[in-house]
Design a protein around this ligand. Sequence first.
Ligand SMILES: Nc1nc2c(ncn2[C@@H]2O[C@H](COP(=O)(O)OP(=O)(O)OP(=O)(O)O)[C@@H](O)[C@H]2O)c(=O)[nH]1
Ligand SMILES: [Mg+2]
Length: 394
Amino acid sequence: MKIFFIGFGQAGGKIVDMFLSQDKRLGTQSFRGIVVNTARTDLMGLKTIPMRNRVLIGQTVVKGHGVGTDNAAGARITLDEVDGIMSAIDRVGAHDVDAFMIVAGLGGGTGSGGTPVLARELKKIYQEPVYVLGILPAPEEGRLYSYNAARSLKTIINEADNTFLFDNSAWKNEGESVKTAFQRLNDEIVRRFGILFRAGEPGKFGVGEMVVDSSEIINTLRGGGITTVGYAISSVSSKKKQTNVGAFITTIKDTIIRKDREDEGLMGEDRTAKVISLVRRAMLGRLTLPCDFSTAERALVLVAGPPNELDRKGIEKAKSWVEENIAGVEVRGGDYPVNSEHIAVVVVLASIGNAPRIRELLEIATETKDDVYKPDRRKKSTMFEQESIEPLFE
Ligand SMILES: Nc1nc2c(ncn2[C@@H]2O[C@H](COP(=O)(O)OP(=O)(O)OP(=O)(O)O)[C@@H](O)[C@H]2O)c(=O)[nH]1
Ligand SMILES: [Mg+2]
């Protein structure tokens, strides 16, 4: 899929810089993008994205120093300068992209406030879907962050075509501070979403039997709302490093017995079982947003790996298993042939109906500020209906 990324604010900028660097390293040319911030030093600190594609906004208001966690200011500045952002996008070129992806930390000011404003503007101008990849703050970062994230998310849900969430608090280790975890978390984000977003691009590693097309990803996300992603990986052959002689001899025997099989890769049945087991692991393991996946409306199962390991029967069976375990019946899937020693599975669980983490966030935010509830008919997720959090704008 050809994606145009917009990294908004510090977290968004860093992550988009990493997506672009991954694309460069793999030579896939699926990704392009710009980054936008109110803080000059954050923009300067990035590594890959060309200087001309780093857009500083709000100079006359905050003098390049950021909006200091004030997302209403982030939204205002973005609205005032949205034309400049749109021309930067136009300059890089968006005529042939399949989708836009705005990436932002929702707890701060610039990305949190700017994302829904930009999503609305992009939808006015372009036909392609506009998605958001939002990072949720950990509760320990303070109530202001949760409040910002709740308001921003509520607004984004109404503007974007779908919103992928990644929850910082679910991914940092016990005792680890959020800040020291950032690099590790960003690696996790870029690994998962990198595979998903590149799927459907013609690869140079042979043709898959049932390649996922970008239209299938788009159709999976059509329901809007919130989407979470599962991931699992396994090496192609179980080559283990041996540390003692006994184990070494066992390995030799094992190697002889299995030789014929290994020459051709795993036997069909093994390959089928491996794909099914990876899909189950992806779904039952830690999701980018931990949630009740049985409430997902649609799903997409993507199996990436060397072409001879991408077992069609395994993918079909795994799809049926996913279908039995989610609310809806639309489960798409396919393979993505890549030159790798690993098989990686990405499961997209789209338009989920219940996530305790979102409820918690909304509760913290409600306690923080008791706003007046305004019904909104365009709302796409019932999760927000009972809450009294005001969106940033309507
Ligand atoms: N996963 C991840 N989260 C981050 C990273 N940097 C910041 N965050 C989270 O994102 C939120 C803050 O967003 P930032 O991107 O720093 O804020 P900003 O958009 O630059 O807004 P201001 O600095 O207030 O103008 C917090 O909840 C952080 O936990 C990062 O590198 N990785
Ligand atoms: Mg910042």
